[in-house]
Design a protein around this ligand. Structure first.
Ligand code: NOJ
Length: 568
């Protein structure tokens, strides 16, 4: 079925759009493409089945060819690896599994040669229970580090048993309080019990963590992704949380984490952290992991005076169905409701099933992935990619509980299978272990690797990889695509998401993405604000036939994409 959409409308939302974004000199990360690497799974160099820093170095040419501006490494510090690095035992060293400080220095230098920056992941909320600070803290009530963590004497149950002080739960299941050490006290942990929360109300904690932040900036890191920043503080009166109705995957009453997260004090910490970033040369970038459905709240993480995180993550695209109205709404909110700040859109990360499966319909998966990539990279934003997204890697969850590596998949089986499915090794080629390792991979290489791999897609004109590369190249070479304002057009259209990128210095670019499995024809002939559109010059098209599009007719096949320069 062909549906005729209304013509290109006036710049209907101009009054609510930020006005000055493209005028100031852009910082390197505005409009950049940041590629998340899960180091365990990217490239193994020594045959132990776990990816490492020399492995990443050996793949930098690939990342350069794809066009990424920076890589973000999930934690590579020494760690018992209960939460695969998010349980840090030493903030100023490298886990021997991943390499050495020398390897890190080499990575930064080699990346720099290729124009790629290196971003680290900093876990501020908690340490490993094997961190020297915690070992000291648990040793006695009068240890100087006792107050570095959140301890409580709890309540005494009828049978004389020690009970937690309240009903607070861990995000990863069951009570957030665990007894430990020489006393009968319990410590608080928002995540695994092997991840005790630091007490951010103690200034010594802030000092120690800020020193750790400086350590990697001094060593050449371009910035950080701050883990779980909104969980640094809890309410102090420890009142019980609301719970239910219903139970979660771990069999606990459905938790409400309001009292355990997003407390106002965290913004003071972020302001001080930002001052630290600003004291360094070179536009260091501080991104933050924030899950929020509320745009006003998301805006607040940039800081009232733009003095907190440079880029809080915008996770609004993650839960969406493939539907024009939902994507348009979420993308437009990112453009208009964040106080003119650059949004940091995310469609994939190491905690969520991959977008290939979340958005795919099993029939048009490549075309859908192309459409989603276009929205991620074609609107004004900094974009995060997750390794393997560019080739359409699938989520491959374990099928038996005995194979699960991620502890939440064991606690929550079978409702919660954990996050192994989105952390499988990078698929470089069609060989036995997909070119990831010569040993036994720490997670099995999915059978899909035989066909879904870099080697198969790299020189293939119609591959997803090539589409990503084209979009990234456009970002780098076309001022409107990199810096231009984003104005959504045809805002009632059911089929397509259509938008215009405009900047003073270059011709406007129109993007049209069909979000349905049926064809649609659009017209962009009449731009009432700017006069008639005389012609279109294709910049990238999902189907050859789209090259002959005219302002009167862009006929998009199912999930087709047209990107073209407007000629007036
Ligand atoms: C968020 C990280 O992305 C996730 O992988 C980790 O388990 C938790 N924070 C705890 O650090």
């Amino acid at each position: 079925m062909n549906v005729r959409c209304s013509g290109l409308l006036a710049l209907v939302v101009a009054s609510v759009l930020p006005v000055s974004v493209a005028t100031a000199k852009a910082r390197w990360w505005e409009g950049a493409v940041i590629y998340e690497i899960y180091p365990r799974s990217f490239q193994d160099s020594n045959g132990d089945g776990v990816g490492d820093l020399p492995g990443i170095i050996s793949r930098l040419d690939y990342l350069k060819a794809l066009g990424v501006d920076a890589i973000w490494l999930t934690p590579i510090y020494p760690s018992p690896q209960v939460d695969f690095g998010y349980d840090v035992a030493d903030y100023t060293n490298i886990d021997p599994q991943f390499g050495t400080l020398k390897d890190f220095d080499r990575l930064v230098a080699e990346a720099k040669k290729r124009g790629i920056r290196v971003l680290m992941d900093m876990v501020l909320n908690h340490t490993s229970d094997k961190h020297a600070w915690f070992l000291e803290s648990m040793s006695s009530k009068d240890n100087p580090k006792r107050d570095w963590y959140v301890w409580n004497s709890g309540r005494t149950g009828k049978d004389g048993k020690r009970l937690p002080p309240n009903n607070w739960q861990s995000l990863f299941g069951h009570s957030a309080w665990t007894p430990a050490g020489a006393t009968s006290d319990l410590y608080y942990h928002f995540f695994y019990k092997q991840q005790p929360d630091l007490n951010w109300r103690n200034p010594a904690v802030e000092k120690a963590m800020f020193d750790a932040v400086r350590f990697w900036l001094d060593r050449g890191a371009a910035g950080y992704r701050f883990d779980a920043v909104d969980t640094l503080f809890e309410v102090t009166d420890l009142r019980d949380a609301k719970e239910g109705p219903g139970v979660n995957a771990y069999g606990d009453p459905a938790p409400d984490f309001t009292l355990q997260s997003k407390q106002p004090e965290v913004h003071d910490v972020l302001r001080r952290l930002r001052a630290l970033a600003d004291s360094y040369p070179g536009d260091r970038l501080f991104m933050g992991e924030i899950y929020s459905k509320d745009m006003a709240e998301l805006a607040s993480w940039y800081g009232a005076k733009n003095d907190e995180l440079h880029l809080p993550m915008n996770m609004a695209l993650l839960p969406l169905d493939v539907d024009a109205a939902s994507f348009r709404k979420a993308l437009e909110a990112g453009q208009t409701q964040l106080g003119g700040n650059v949004p940091l859109f995310v469609t994939d990360n190491h905690d969520q099933p991959r977008s290939w499966d979340r958005y795919g319909d099993k029939t048009n998966d490549t075309a859908i992935a192309r459409a989603v990539a276009t929205m991620l990279l074609g609107t004004r934003s900094t974009a995060l990619l997750y390794y393997g997204q560019e080739i359409g890697m699938l989520t491959t969850a374990p099928t038996r509980v005995e194979d699960v590596k991620d502890p939440i998949g064991i606690t929550g089986w079978p409702k919660e299978k954990g996050r192994d499915g989105e952390r499988t090794p990078m698929q470089w080629d069609g060989s036995k272990n997909a070119g990831f390792t010569k040993g036994t991979p720490w997670l099995p290489v999915p059978s899909s690797a035989a066909t879904v791999n870099v080697e198969a897609q790299r020189n293939e004109q119609d591959s997803l990889f090539t589409w990503y590369k084209k979009l990234i190249t456009l970002r780098h070479t076309n001022a409107a695509v990199r810096d231009g304002l984003t104005t959504f057009l045809d805002r009632d259209a059911q089929h397509a998401v259509v938008w215009l990128r405009t900047v003073k210095s270059a011709a406007p670019v129109v993007f049209a993405v069909n979000m349905k499995a049926e064809a649609v024809t659009l017209t962009v002939a009449a731009d009432v604000a700017q006069g008639r559109v005389k012609g279109l010059k294709p910049l990238a098209v999902s189907h050859e036939v789209l090259k002959s599009s005219t302002p009167d007719a862009i006929s998009l096949p199912p999930f087709g994409v047209y990107i073209g320069q407007i000629q007036r």
